[in-house]
Design a protein around this ligand. Structure first.
Ligand code: HEC
Length: 403
């Protein structure tokens, strides 16, 4: 519309700028302009971190605005991230897509998401999300707690039905205030590994199959790399299991040029899950023995790798995968050690930075913004892997604040 065009802030700013160059009125014109600018920055900063617009009469508005005017944008961001909805909305939406197969941000509260919210609130090292033996549950002393079951045993239950009922009951309560950290994660699990042994994760990635899906998704969700991108046909295939045909359709070349690319590395890592399964009928999550699915269809290639324990080896370390910046031991046993290896990689920090950018700035970073993502990654690690600090830093990026 014509009238709108006439009021375009860009044009007005442009006109003011040209007047400024020509006149001493520069001082008087620049001040209200800067105020308007810091006001809109405060508004945007709050909205991005807390997930809702800052009310007009809210005292935090002028506090944030004056900090921005002093160039203390990060301090302004810290005011916004103190709002409960930073955890209840923003961190929840940051975590939710990683918790389910469809990668949807709109899923009911589950134990995976609660762990992200609690870990962020308590300013803990985010690497423990992939290796720690703990859980966050509703606090029965919370007046808004709605669960019929008020003891931690409700979420300890070996039945995912009871666990899910617990998280459904506390959904939409003020989790920022009332989540309670408990440990161990569950008495029936000795190899707890943060969200990697949550019910939400187990339901999505342990059910049926051969536990390879858990590996593929762990790499995708926490390193932001797909198994296709990692595929490397130059690696030794000594870990490829017996169910993988070495000559699919009678063609050994297909195995050499396609199948083994993914299966060398993926099968080498998947031993981590050897004791885990998820079955909606008997609902067992971890057992003492090796799950049958780890060695199923063993007649396809009897000379293949036999899973005898939960040891794993990371072969995806060379060629294109060297860029993932692996650190620490490339072999181990079980899920917690596997999660530790993932979380210590540079790719984990970078992946969290990319996810923070998407959540806070509402778009994927451009390839030209790689240096920005790298900067966030470095700051995230320097902060001691604090997700709160990462999200705050992200919100202060000029490309995110709209400068
Ligand atoms: C792009 C990577 C990739 C390639 C290439 C690939 N696979 Fe897989 N394969 C996977 C993943 C991931 C899974 C786990 C899928 C799941 O459980 O959801 C899997 C699972 C399997 C399974 C177990 C299926 C089951 O659940 O019972 C077999 C067998 C298998 N692949 C054989 C092959 C063969 C043979 C080839 C070559 C024709 C091949 N794969 C090529 C990634 C790959």
């Amino acid at each position: 519309m014509e009238t709108n065009k006439g009021f375009s802030p860009v044009k007005v700013a442009g006109r003011l700028a040209s007047i400024c160059i020509l006149s001493l009125h520069v001082v008087f014109l620049a001040v209200p302009d800067a105020l308007a600018d810091s006001a809109s920055k405060a508004q945007r900063l709050f909205n991005r971190l807390a997930g809702y617009p800052l009310p007009l009469n809210d005292p935090r508005r002028s506090q944030m605005q004056s900090l921005i005017e002093q160039g203390r944008v990060l301090d302004a961001a810290r005011i916004a991230s103190q709002d409960d909805n930073f955890l209840n909305l923003t961190v929840r939406q940051f975590a939710a897509p990683m918790s389910n197969r469809a990668e949807s941000p709109r899923v009911p509260l589950n134990d995976f998401i609660a762990m992200f919210i609690g870990t962020t609130r308590d300013n803990r090292d985010a690497r423990e999300l992939l290796s720690g033996n703990y859980l966050y549950i509703g606090n029965s002393n919370d007046p808004s707690f709605r669960s019929s079951c008020t003891s931690p045993s409700c979420s300890y239950s070996p039945s995912p039905m009871a666990t899910q009922a617990h998280f459904t009951a506390i959904d939409r309560t003020n989790l920022a205030k009332h989540l309670l950290r408990i440990q161990p994660q569950r008495p029936d699990i000795s190899d707890a590994a943060g969200v990697l042994t949550s019910y939400a994760w187990a339901e999505s990635f342990f059910s049926a199959g051969t536990n390879r899906r858990a590996t593929a998704y762990a790499l995708q969700e926490f390193l932001c790399t797909s198994i296709q991108e990692m595929a490397d046909t130059t690696l030794s295939d000594y870990r490829v299991r017996r169910d993988v045909d070495r000559a699919p359709g009678g063609d050994a070349n297909t195995y050499q040029t396609e199948c083994r690319g993914c299966h060398t590395g993926m099968d080498g890592l998947s031993g981590a899950w050897a004791h885990f399964d998820y079955n909606p009928d008997n609902r067992i999550l971890q057992s003492a023995g090796i799950r049958g699915k780890m060695n199923q269809n063993n007649a396809v290639f009897p000379g293949g790798h036999i899973t005898v324990d939960n040891s794993w080896v990371n072969l995806f370390t060379r060629n294109q995968n060297a860029a993932l910046q692996w650190r620490g031991s490339m072999t181990g046993r079980g899920v917690s050690e596997f999660g530790t290896m993932l979380a210590n990689s540079g790719a984990f920090s970078k992946c969290m930075a990319k996810r923070a950018f998407f959540r806070i700035c509402h778009r994927e970073p451009e390839s030209s913004e790689a240096a920005l993502i790298n900067g966030l990654k470095e700051k995230f690690e320097a902060s001691g892997y604090k997700l709160r600090a990462l999200l705050e830093e992200t919100a202060t990026l000029p490309v995110c604040l709209g400068e």
